[in-house]
Write a protein that binds this ligand. Structure first.
Ligand code: HPA
Length: 271
């Protein structure tokens, strides 16, 4: 990744009309419905954007969508890149740097995750307050990172406090149950063993998933305020663990998604 490559990606998008979006939004697995609320949308497929990671089969539908939600200009990633597809940390966070260069001032991130905290239930929304990186690497550990700014990024408060407060006040007003907790990121794509779920719980996590943390690290590198929510799709109870059913995970994500959309749309209005 070089500054010239990033500039070329941004030029391509600007020429297509991606004109100074205020907010960037990353939509997680099974969480694509927010796209229906984008007005006057323009799309760019990932595999047409110069220097974007090459789309894999699973990602043939990945695209960046620019438009208006609640009167604000947004750029939305429908589908993200994961380590488990064979990309590296720099690849999967490249779109965050591109959205930053397009001009976003805030980043909203969503994901599907398993509930480690068994007080939380399938279908609940969890506001991420902190995280544990179990992916064995960092998007800032590459050769020319220092040309992009200080590499020793402060992570004492990686999730924006003000937007977190706003999400909680929206949740209260709209009667949406929102849990709060720590998200642990793993590489995947295999799900965890019972022993791994026990370990992740002991470490202090409330949810586990295969994304988000690298994006949050880069957003902090860019000093881009971030808010992130998990849609909890399964309960990771090591003493009563059932075989995972990916279709069920997607169904639960889809059913819980309207709550996440409401939270994001109200937050867009407020900021
Ligand atoms: N583990 C990891 N990632 C996940 C899970 C899980 O249990 N559920 C949804 N994404």
């Amino acid at each position: 990744m070089t500054q010239e490559q990033l500039n070329e990606s941004v030029d391509y998008l600007k020429k297509r009309g991606f004109d100074t979006p205020e907010i960037g939004i990353v939509l997680g697995t099974g969480l694509g419905q927010l796209v229906d609320d984008i007005q006057d949308s323009i799309e760019a497929h990932y595999n047409h954007i110069p220097y974007f990671p090459l789309a894999t089969v699973e990602f043939h539908s990945g695209k960046l969508i620019y438009g208006t939600i609640e009167g604000k200009k947004v750029v939305v990633m429908q589908g993200r890149f994961h380590l488990y597809e064979g990309y590296d940390f720099v690849d999967i966070t490249y779109p965050i740097r591109v959205m930053h260069l397009l001009g976003i001032q805030k980043l909203f991130v969503s994901n599907a995750a398993g509930a480690i905290n068994l007080d939380f239930k399938k279908g609940d929304i969890m506001l991420i307050e902190d995280h544990i990186n179990l992916q064995g690497g960092s998007p800032l550990a590459f050769r020319n990172v220092s040309s992009f700014g200080n590499r020793f990024v402060d992570m004492s408060e990686p999730y924006d406090v003000d937007m977190r407060k706003k999400i909680l006040s929206i949740a209260e007003k709209e009667n949406i149950t929102v849990q709060k907790g720590v998200y642990a990121s793993v590489v995947g794509p295999q799900l965890e063993t019972k022993a791994e779920y026990r370990m992740i719980k002991m470490m202090g996590a409330d949810a586990v998933g295969m994304s988000t943390v690298p994006e949050v690290i880069v957003a902090n590198h860019l000093q881009l305020p971030i808010v992130a929510v998990s849609v909890l799709t399964d309960e990771c109870d090591p003493d009563n663990l059932e075989p995972v059913n990916i279709q069920e995970i997607l169904d639960i994500a889809g059913k819980a998604e309207p709550k996440m959309i409401k939270l994001f749309k109200e937050l867009i209005k407020m900021i």
